[in-house]
Ligand binder design. Sequence first.
Ligand SMILES: [Zn+2]
Ligand SMILES: [Zn+2]
Length: 348
Amino acid sequence: MSELRYDPFKRTWVIIASGRGQRPRDNRFTESDALPEKMASVDNTCPFCPGNEAMTPPEILAIREPDTGPDTPGWKVRVIPNKYPALTTESPFSPEVLGPHMIGAGFGIHEVVIETPADNLQIEDLPVEHLADVLKIYGERLGELNTDGRFRTVLIFKNRGVEAGATLKHSHSQIMAIPVVPNLITDELSSCREHFHQSGRCMMCRIIEDETRERVRVVVEEDRYLVFAPFSSSVPFELRIVPREHCQDFSRIESADLLHLSEVMKMTLKRLNTALADPPYNLILHTSPPPPVNKEDGHAGSVEDYYHWYFELTPRTTRLAGFERATGFFVNPTSPEEAAQILRNIEI
Ligand SMILES: [Zn+2]
Ligand SMILES: [Zn+2]
């Protein structure tokens, strides 16, 4: 079983999850992996392929053919518990103080969303309706875990490629629910709340307005969504996919918008793949946390007003070095204006 340990120097939690070191590595997956054939195929050694459902824990949720049963082929998107979870709900989280440190059971949820039955397709290769189903599943799991009452943070993210942290090649994303709020999230919420308190406006709504007017960092403009390289991009070709209409909670997304978002995400990933030759990346959903949201900074405003959900897409083309470890600052060799221009000019 894993542990959550508190680092009093960095004021952050660490998951000590020794068992995860034993998870199998996909030996079809190498760092210099060539582009896979863009055809749907099945691999009988892959635990995420149809026909191999018995190789995973029983499914939690799936979008599947009406006449098929759980844990059998016939699914389109499948959610399963992670077989090698970083966190489990076996023991409750009641941290114990050990001098300046704290330690608690590694309490939480760790799930996998298998995005397609095809072993060698990426999300941008899927039809728009299929990718919309993946996003719909994100919303459903998020809504459920946000109202569960046991968690303070629900994370939905995708690691594509070895360099981005993926251990299996078959396209998938992960969902984690944890009993604490990471500093990165506290700081972001706090900053958005402070901006709202001072200006009476959502910070992201303001940024959308500025980016739409200036256009120099915009990559994809669509009726409902905007994709841009953030002003202070930490890595080359970092992107944000943002709904134009203010909304703090991704789980409230409506069906028609799922199709718009899916289309925009596909276009964005295709541009990125062309510009950077199918780069490894992390795709992270930033959305409002489960209630209640702490307001320890004394600023007024409710999360519905000051927070605005978005996807953060960070290609992994640079490595973190000593300076980044020492300061938390990044050295980005490509300006967001330059990255956006390259991506905009790609013919799709
Ligand atoms: Zn597979
Ligand atoms: Zn907003």
